[in-house]
Design a protein around this ligand. Structure first.
Ligand code: NIG
Ligand code: FE
Length: 420
């Protein structure tokens, strides 16, 4: 990539702070308009004005007047790798309590779905989240988001789904709205997952709960959530229930997501393709012909290898998706049950070691493709006009990612132009 990109500051932007990263050994722009998967530029610089990038390209072509107006910070990257901020497009970041005991019991032979049938698992986190104060939920989520940020995540999708009653779902959405206003935290994108499981008090009348989601909660929360998600699984919502909830959510203006084919294939992936949801997530047990349908419908296939790792189940094979033309994203699925991991670098390491993704494909999966899974075209790659989210890594060779695992390879995180 040789082209020089420079946007004149618009009127009124002249006093905005400028941040420049110089002496970048290798800038992975992740732009998709080059032949190279990474959109790599050697000896590069990036200029950010306020919350936007105004230049990304070779340092020698840096516009002479990039400092014009306002204040300026210069960062020397010391020849390190720079990438876009990572995007975690599937998390359950707001909840109370933890389930370390269940995790250890599972590894001693207890079964996840059996624990749930006995009112543990998701039911337990629902009880604790309902009982928790707004303040304590917010404080716990801030700590998790700070950990995500330290590991390079600059945008986090967050789901409800541990409330499963009007007041508690609303409380979680209010927490997410407040988090979005916190400075120096990853941008939080809310998803309404009222259909996570059937709550215990509706166990003998599941259709009443489905109606409650459709008639009361989904209409009330539309202004606060970008997506509506349903967990379509034998232990959660059936295909007809999922279809009814998502069709009504779409009519309300939500974009759609599905948790599906995590433990069984009950036909959820085919439904995801028929509905044309933005992303279908998990997809551990899925037939080739449904992968083909998902690819044809432009549904992003979001793989969550942290769950496979933590649940000791088979890893999804990303190659099956890529060879059928599907776009693959990777996310953490950060939650207290199936994946208690805030670190997308670890998820990339798992994808490279166990899901047959290359490191280049993994980087795409947590940047540009994850942005697609959130329908956020303003991020996931570094180019003039995009959100000023970027990472300065500690490494000079990006192939260290995945290879050198279990440690944090990110040095500095820039979120919306703010250097942390
Ligand atoms: O994405 N699949 C359903 N929900 C979560 C797990 C939630 C939990 O166990 O608390 C998931 O894996
Ligand atoms: Fe999930």
């Amino acid at each position: 990539m040789k082209s020089v990109q420079y946007m004149e500051p618009k009127n009124g932007e002249t006093l905005v702070h400028t941040t420049i990263i110089r002496n970048i050994g290798l800038l992975l722009t992740m732009r998709q308009d080059t032949n190279d998967l990474l959109g790599a530029v050697a000896h590069a610089a990036v200029v950010m004005r306020g919350p936007r990038i105004i230049y990304a390209g070779p340092e020698k072509d840096l516009p002479a007047d990039y400092r014009s107006g306002g204040t300026c910070t210069e960062i020397d990257a010391h020849q390190a790798v720079v990438t876009p901020g990572l995007i975690d497009s599937h998390t359950h970041v707001v909840f109370a309590g933890d389930r370390a005991d269940e995790f250890q019991a599972r590894h001693a032979g207890a079964d996840y779905e059996e624990i749930q049938r006995l009112n543990g698992g998701i039911h337990r986190t629902v009880r604790e989240t309902r009982a928790a104060s707004y303040q304590s939920l917010r404080a716990a989520a801030i700590e998790r988001l700070q950990s995500m940020r330290r590991h390079g995540t600059t945008t986090v999708e967050g789901k409800t789904g541990y409330g499963l009653e009007y007041a508690a779902e609303e409380k979680v959405l209010n927490v997410m709205r407040a988090l979005a206003d916190e400075p120096y935290l990853p941008d939080v994108i809310p998803t309404f997952l009222g259909a996570h499981i059937i709550p215990a008090e509706f166990r003998n009348n599941r259709s009443l709960y489905v109606q409650h989601v459709i008639q009361n909660m989904a209409p009330a929360f539309q202004a606060q959530a970008r997506f509506c998600d349903v967990y379509c699984e034998a232990s959660a919502f059936s295909v007809p229930e999922t279809k009814a909830i998502l069709e009504s959510a779409r009519a309300l203006g939500y974009m759609l997501k599905m948790h599906t084919n995590q433990s069984h294939d009950i036909g959820g992936a085919a439904l995801a393709a028929d509905l044309g949801v933005i992303s279908a997530d998990h997809l551990d047990y899925v037939q080739d012909e449904d992968i083909q349908k998902l690819a044809g419908a432009g549904v992003i296939a979001t793989l969550l290898p942290g769950c496979s790792f933590s649940m000791q189940t088979a890893f999804p094979n990303a190659h099956r998706f890529l060879e059928r033309g599907a776009v693959v994203a990777l996310a953490s699925d950060y939650n207290p049950g199936t994946c208690n991991c805030e670190n997308l670098q670890m998820i990339m390491a798992l994808a490279v070691a166990h899901c047959s993704l290359t490191i280049e494909q993994s980087l795409q999966a947590v940047t540009v493709n994850a942005a697609k899974a959130l329908a956020l075209p303003d991020r996931g790659h570094i180019a003039a006009g995009k959100r000023a989210d970027a990472l300065i890594w500690k490494i000079r060779d990006y192939r260290e990612i995945g290879y050198h695992f279990g440690v944090n390879l990110v040095d500095q995180v820039i979120i919306s132009g703010a250097v942390l």
